[in-house]
Design a protein around this ligand. Structure first.
Ligand code: SF4
Length: 246
């Protein structure tokens, strides 16, 4: 690791502390069972959590919040139930494909799935339709209990705007892996048994600051991370930088 990367990792670790102090424990993922986490990870793609909750409520009322419940529903029924979270013609077959994989390869059990070696498991999830890196890693971390960092658009913005990486992170695979590696390095000095908890809280806290301050147009005044910019002279919150954000 270069000195620049080590410094960036230390800054990110400090930013985690400031976010913790500002927002407190996040207790993610908001779900009652690991399978609900899986459902949420698919449904939240390109939509708000409020919309996801409406779909989850529909599934709950229909008795379809379980692996068997999704399996029993026909594709049109499932599409109707998850319509509130959008892209239902894409998300319903994707959920069916996950459940099919679980039944065909893992005895219909998330525990059996979770017992697979983590990197092979990640690659298996990435072969599923509708599963990109963020979804795969969210499932690995929050549903299957693996210490895997999750990178998302909010983290990409923070890292870009605070100029933590030498290259401006884009939205491609390489940038995702660079953001995940930076997160792993940030917590590298923490005890290994705590990594799972720390990665879970960190992702939730980054989402919190992203929603409150670091959206398409950053509102740095009063942001818990403004201090890092003052300490390190990040000049990355300029007009041109915002255009890349969603
Ligand atoms: S709003 Fe400003 S200070 Fe806060 S994370 Fe974004 S760029 Fe940093």
């Amino acid at each position: 690791m270069s000195r620049g990367q080590a410094k960036a990792a230390r800054r990110l670790r400090r930013m985690h502390e400031w976010l913790e102090r500002a927002y407190g424990p996040q207790h993610w993922w908001p779900a009652e069972t690991p399978f609900e986490v899986v459902l949420g990870a698919y449904l939240t793609q390109n939509t708000s959590w409020r919309a996801v909750e409406r779909s989850l409520d529909n599934l709950r009322r229909a008795g379809a919040l379980t692996v068997e419940g999704i399996r029993r529903r026909s594709l049109p029924e499932l599409q109707e139930l998850i319509r509130p979270s959008g892209f239902s013609t894409r998300k319903a077959p994707a959920l069916k494909a996950f459940v099919d994989m679980l039944y065909n390869e893992f005895e219909g059990s998330l525990e059996v799935l979770a017992a697979m070696p983590v990197e092979a498991l990640r690659q298996r999830l990435l072969l599923l339709p509708g599963v990109g890196r963020e979804t795969a890693d969210a499932i690995l971390l929050y549903a299957l209990g693996h210490a895997i960092p999750v990178a998302d658009e909010y983290l990409r913005r923070v890292v870009e705007r605070h100029q933590l990486l030498g290259n401006t992170p884009g939205k491609d695979r390489k940038s995702y892996e660079a953001l995940a590696a930076l997160t792993r390095e940030a917590f590298g000095r923490d005890p290994v048994p705590e990594h799972r908890h720390l990665f879970g809280e960190f992702h939730a806290l980054v989402v919190a600051v992203g929603k409150a301050h670091c959206a398409k147009h950053p509102e740095c005044a009063g942001c818990p991370l403004e201090r890092d910019r003052h300490l390190n002279g990040s000049a990355g919150v300029g007009a041109g930088q915002d255009e890349k954000a969603k």
